[in-house]
Write a protein that binds this ligand. Structure first.
Ligand code: NDP
Length: 453
């Protein structure tokens, strides 16, 4: 994020056009604005991108699919949801990105996520384009059979638009192992083929070891890299984590293994604060609670003495050395960021996508925090999805150690590339700028090579 210079009139023109053509989609505008502001110096230095209208092309998805998803609930009533798939960019490979099932899902959310995904996937060094999809379906409170019927209906339309070499969806909020299983089963039935069309599959039928862990572990590895640049480690650091789903759980697991102490988790109702730390045994309780019983995080405070439940609050007022936002977009407001800085927080590694509002990002960058934006810090998830695709193509399964080793190398390489780009463009350590530039250049150069498509 550029805080000192004025944005050029070219960038402002592109931004205004994006706002005009995509009305009432504030999350998409926010994601595009951050990237465009970072790219201003690149446009100045390399007029070829401007001449080829790369920004105008990149901000327009290659294809947007929107469809009806009718299904029947357990009471025999007919329900109708809306399904989406945004195939944003195939410059670097098949469209790749998760599916989100959450009542807040609409075009603007998925376009922001798909847009971010293009740059993130570019950073992983693997051959993947960017996409995102999902539905306004809310799995909360639904039986397994209802979720299955919904997934089957969703896939009955989606299957004709995806494929192992075309578009490979994965999970996101509300889409975990259970949903991927139901979606895959229906795809297989309709296509009559067993291919690597989804990632995050069960390990017994084509999934990669370490895929569930990958995003949380990756965000922690990225934090380690940032700390190493100042000669520090995670050992002994007090960490706040938001969310209590897939990303949050494995972030806590890895931080704890590396000697840090995690003291919070949250969900959309509130936050638990456990000053003693969430150790392996307590984390096992959280995993059972969230993944099997599908309960609320409040129950943690009922179970463990010394833990408090803070209804309606987010974790950011708790004093910490490092923060790991791992729930959803815009969960750190400008004020929260100031509170974190005031309390001595020195690192933020974003497991979630765009969890910090622009005001929050500005506070982190201006105060020179070690700040890893989502498109770099949480790229471990899609990276291991890419490794799952490779294993499926080879019809081989790598060991845990092999996948974890590759994940660690990828996170290290992302940090190196992002840091180098921030240095090259005169703001060393501004990883927001570095991630946007490093991600962009690879995609833009591929677009130049591939002609006007
Ligand atoms: P899960 O569905 O497993 O967990 C989501 C968690 O966030 C839940 O605790 C949920 O609480 C909470 N949450 C969701 N929406 C809100 C909201 N509006 N306000 C407050 N809390 C909320 O999802 P994941 O862990 O997979 O995803 C978390 C974040 O990480 C998302 O931003 C996602 O895009 C990002 N991400 C995920 C990847 C993956 O591999 N899974 C890869 C890269 C990024 P509740 O139960 O109350 O809804």
């Amino acid at each position: 994020m550029k805080t000192s210079r004025q944005t050029s009139s070219y960038i402002s023109d592109v931004m205004n056009q994006v706002i005009r053509r995509n009305p009432a989609e504030p999350e998409f505008h926010q994601a595009v604005k951050e990237v465009l502001e970072s790219l201003d110096p690149v446009m100045e230095r390399h007029p070829k991108y401007r001449e080829a209208r790369i920004l105008e092309r990149l901000t327009e998805p290659e294809r947007v699919l929107m469809f009806r998803v009718p299904w029947q609930d357990d009471g025999g009533h007919i329900q109708v949801n809306r399904g989406f798939r945004i195939q944003f960019s195939s410059a670097l490979g098949p469209y790749k990105g998760g599916l989100r099932f959450h009542p807040t899902v609409y075009l603007g959310i998925l376009k922001f996520l798909g847009f971010e995904q293009v740059f993130k996937n570019s950073l992983t060094t693997l051959a993947m384009g960017g996409g995102k999809g999902g539905s306004d379906f809310d799995p909360k409170g639904r039986s397994d059979m209802e979720v299955m019927r919904f997934c089957q209906s969703f896939m009955t339309e989606l299957f004709r638009h995806i494929g192992a070499d075309t578009d490979v969806p994965a999970g996101d909020i509300g889409v975990g192992g259970r949903e991927i299983g139901f979606l895959y089963g229906q795809y297989k039935r309709l296509r009559n083929e067993f291919t690597g069309v989804l990632t995050g599959k069960g390990v017994g039928w084509g999934g990669s070891l370490m895929r569930p862990e990958a995003t949380g572990y990756g965000a922690t590895y990225f934090a380690q890299e940032m700390l190493a640049s100042r000669g520090e480690t995670l050992a002994g650091k007090v960490c706040t984590v938001s969310g209590s789903g897939n990303v949050a759980q494995y972030t806590v697991e890895k931080i704890t293994q590396l000697g840090g102490k995690c003291v919070t988790l949250s969900d959309s109702n509130g936050t638990i604060y456990d000053p003693a730390g969430i150790d392996a045994e307590k984390l096992a309780f959280v995993m059972e609670l969230k993944n099997v019983k599908r309960g609320r995080i409040k129950e943690y405070a009922d179970k463990f003495r010394g833990a408090q439940y803070r209804d309606g609050e987010r974790p950011w007022s708790v004093k910490c050395d490092c923060a790991f936002p791992s729930a959803t977009q815009n969960e750190i407001l400008g004020e929260d960021a100031k509170t974190l800085v005031r309390n001595g927080c020195q690192l933020v590694s974003e497991g979630a996508n765009m969890p910090s509002e622009p005001d929050g990002v500005r506070v982190f960058v201006d105060n020179r925090l070690l700040y890893g934006p989502g498109k770099a810090a949480n790229a471990g998830g899609v990276a291991v999805s890419g490794l799952e695709m490779s294993q499926n193509s080879m019809r081989l399964a790598w060991s845990r150690e092999e996948v974890d080793g590759r994940l660690q190398r990828i996170m290290k390489d992302i940090h190196t590339a992002v840091y180098a780009a921030s240095e090259e463009y005169g703001e060393p350590g501004n990883l927001v700028m570095g991630a946007n530039i490093a991600g962009f250049v690879k995609v833009a150069d591929a677009m130049l090579d591939q002609g006007l498509v």
